[in-house]
Design a protein around this ligand. Structure first.
Ligand SMILES: [Cu+2]
Length: 372
């Protein structure tokens, strides 16, 4: 492990950002058009046939290009929430804004997996309904490439039939803006603006960090192969699969500390690809990199696999703190929280009605499944 101490992925100033964000979202108007539009989509989902989300390499080359084209289409469609989130310049940007404004409520807590599950459903429906996409949101079987040598060669990163690879090497990244300058990764191998693949030269319009204002900047990636090998090891994946309870599973996905040697699946995927200066490593603005949706589809599949291994019990098993950094994610010391239940409400401001966790527990009832 050559990655050195990542003292903290999220600094103490997060607490400050959290307070600011709370007052911002409380003041956000609810878009009544968005509400109507959201309900519409739910009806369509219920009436459609079961969709199979495929692993990237199981897609045909044409299917891979269809997904890439659909993502680019989202980037070309006008924003519907641009009046609320000034940095959103496309429908793709609207989804990024949704994640930025919700980020402090949906990570390192109990709602993490259910919230991102429904986010992907909204995203996938939008690909279909707005951009005519006929396929499903792909996932990535990283277990086939979880060594430092094999990871950068994954077909997922192919420049033609993939999402492109690493950013070009930039040795001195000290002047590149990031949400947490305290993160230093000795293992980083890229850092430059993405110059290969379908998303080369992409301009990200929001972020960096908890910022919804217009801030055009390039998409960076900064592969950390050693971090991937450690965080996504067979051993860490086994801890996910063998977790006896949802609480154990959630810890095996999200981690038990923010130190690099302790990084597990979720952080491994984000930081292993985004690295020190890439968008994907940003807690708030990570959906600026389309890889975000493939990563979260992968996490959603792991959750579904775990549920199906003991469906009778796990179809209704949920736990964890309602607040970010609540126990067992109390890395900054104890904070007040309540344990969530199936009745906990997941919110998607300006993207339609809230849904309960109960309503997202069974993906087959939601109209989709995963291959493999
Ligand atoms: Cu997220």
């Amino acid at each position: 492990m050559t990655c050195q101490s990542l003292a903290m992925i999220l600094p103490k100033v997060l607490a400050l950002a959290f307070i600011c964000l709370t007052s911002f979202t409380a003041a956000s108007p609810v878009d009544s058009e968005g509400e109507k539009w959201g309900s519409d989509l739910v009806v369509r989902q219920e009436n459609s046939e079961t969709q199979v989300r495929k692993e990237w390499r199981k897609l045909s080359d044409d299917e891979k290009l269809d997904w890439i084209d659909a993502v680019k289409c989202m980037m070309s469609k006008p924003a519907l929430n641009g009046a609320i989130y000034s940095g959103s310049r496309s429908r793709y940007g609207d989804f990024m804004a949704l994640h930025i404004q919700a980020a402090d409520y949906v990570h390192f807590n109990g709602p993490f997996l259910p919230w991102h599950r429904h986010l992907l459903i909204l995203w996938e429906q939008e690909l279909r309904n707005t951009c005519g996409y006929a396929g499903s949101q792909p996932w990535w079987d990283f277990s086939l490439e979880n060594t430092a040598e094999t990871f950068p060669k994954s077909p997922l990163f192919d420049p033609l039939h993939g999402v492109g690879g690493n950013g070009p090497w930039v040795e001195n990244v000290s002047s590149i803006p990031v949400s947490n300058p305290a993160v230093i990764l000795a293992d980083r191998t890229g850092g430059g603006c993405l110059d290969n693949g379908p998303f080369a030269n992409l301009t990200v319009t929001m972020g960096i960090g908890n910022n919804l204002d217009y801030n055009p900047h390039c998409l960076r990636r900064d592969f950390c192969p050693e971090l991937i090998a450690s965080a996504l090891s067979d051993e860490r994946l086994a801890a996910v699969r063998n977790a006896p309870t949802f609480n154990d599973f959630n810890i095996a996905i999200q981690g038990k500390s923010l130190a690099v040697p302790d990084a597990v699946i979720h952080l491994g995927l984000h930081i292993g690809i985004g690295g020190q200066v890439g968008e994907l490593a940003d807690t708030w603005s990570s959906p600026g990199d389309p890889l975000f949706y493939i990563i979260h589809s992968t996490l959603d599949k792991l959750w579904n696999d775990w549920q199906r291994a003991d469906w009778d019990t796990r179809k209704s098993e949920i736990s964890g703190p309602d607040a970010m950094w609540g126990y067992p994610f109390d890395f900054f010391g104890p904070i007040p929280y309540k344990n969530i239940t199936l009745d906990y409400s997941l919110n998607y401001t300006n993207f339609g009605s809230s849904v309960t966790i109960r309503s997202v527990m069974d993906i087959e009832a939601l109209g989709y499944t995963y291959d493999d």
